[in-house]
Design a protein around this ligand. Structure first.
Ligand SMILES: [Ca+2]
Ligand SMILES: [Ca+2]
Ligand SMILES: [Ca+2]
Length: 252
């Protein structure tokens, strides 16, 4: 019996993990081929105002004051552009667990922002360190939320692309958590002087992260996998057919 190397099995699993597919999601001029996996699935509040911006169907945009975890997750995870972060001086960590963001060719992330275009800052978590912040300025897409969704309202949708290379990330490297900072301004009466209104962020390039359940399923399928091979080069009586044993996991 011939043992297959566990490292080979793991390599096969990682290759298989690239083939998981999801329905693409399009927001205005951008298509996210990884579908729901292209959008954040976790958010952690750190500091700053906790004000959210809503763009109700047919109504005017409005701020919703609150500071609950539910509001934060509704605002910044997923692909909904009708609800987002609207406060100033907000520091939040935004995580991509289903798929890591890949530094592919050109732009890797798109941030969507609404109404007047306002700057925000971005840093990336690299292991235990945080990169320096870079400032990004959204640009009007020419579309309103209503243009994109066929619902919502006529607030302008702005967008800005981000290349992970801006932060010195190597091509092919991945990150899974970023830090978003909306510059402080605040409101004077009903006039907001700063504070970007971030409604969504999507990744153009991702590496999907298989779940533990998916990994276990693949290991189980490999444990049952065998194939036949010839023991020699094709000459003489030593060239006999044999069958590999299943994958064996070495004990520590
Ligand atoms: Ca949102
Ligand atoms: Ca890139
Ligand atoms: Ca804005």
């Amino acid at each position: 019996m011939k043992k297959l190397c566990l490292l080979g099995a793991v390599g096969t699993i990682l290759m298989l993990s690239q083939s998981i597919t999801a329905e693409p999601i399009t927001i205005g001029p951008y298509t996210f081929s990884a579908g729901a996996n292209a959008f954040p699935d976790s958010a952690t509040y750190l500091s700053g105002e906790t004000v959210y911006i809503d763009h109700p169907d047919g109504g005017s945009w409005q701020f919703v004051n609150g500071n609950t975890t539910t509001d934060l997750n509704a605002a910044i995870t997923g692909s909904d552009i009708t609800f987002g972060l609207g406060g100033s001086g907000i520091n939040v960590d935004v995580g991509f667990q289903a798929a890591k963001i890949l530094n592919g060719p050109g732009y890797d992330l798109v941030f969507f922002e609404t109404e007047s275009a306002e700057d925000f800052e971005l840093a990336l978590h690299l292991g235990t360190t945080l990169t320096s912040f870079q400032i990004y300025t959204p640009v009007f897409t020419g579309l309103t939320i209503n243009d994109v969704l066929g619902s919502g309202n006529t607030v302008r949708l702005n967008a800005v692309e981000v290349d992970l290379s801006d932060f010195g990330i190597a091509p092919g490297a991945t990150i899974e958590t970023l830090r978003l900072y909306t510059e402080p301004g605040g409101n004077t009466g009903d006039v907001w002087t700063a504070g970007a209104d971030i409604v969504a962020v999507g990744a153009l390039h991702v590496v999907l992260t298989p779940t533990i359940e998916e990994l276990l399923e693949r290991i189980e399928s490999l444990e049952d996998h065998t194939h036949t091979y010839l023991t020699g080069s094709g000459n003489g009586h030593n060239n006999t057919e044999a069958e590999t044993g299943p994958v064996e996991v070495p004990e520590e």
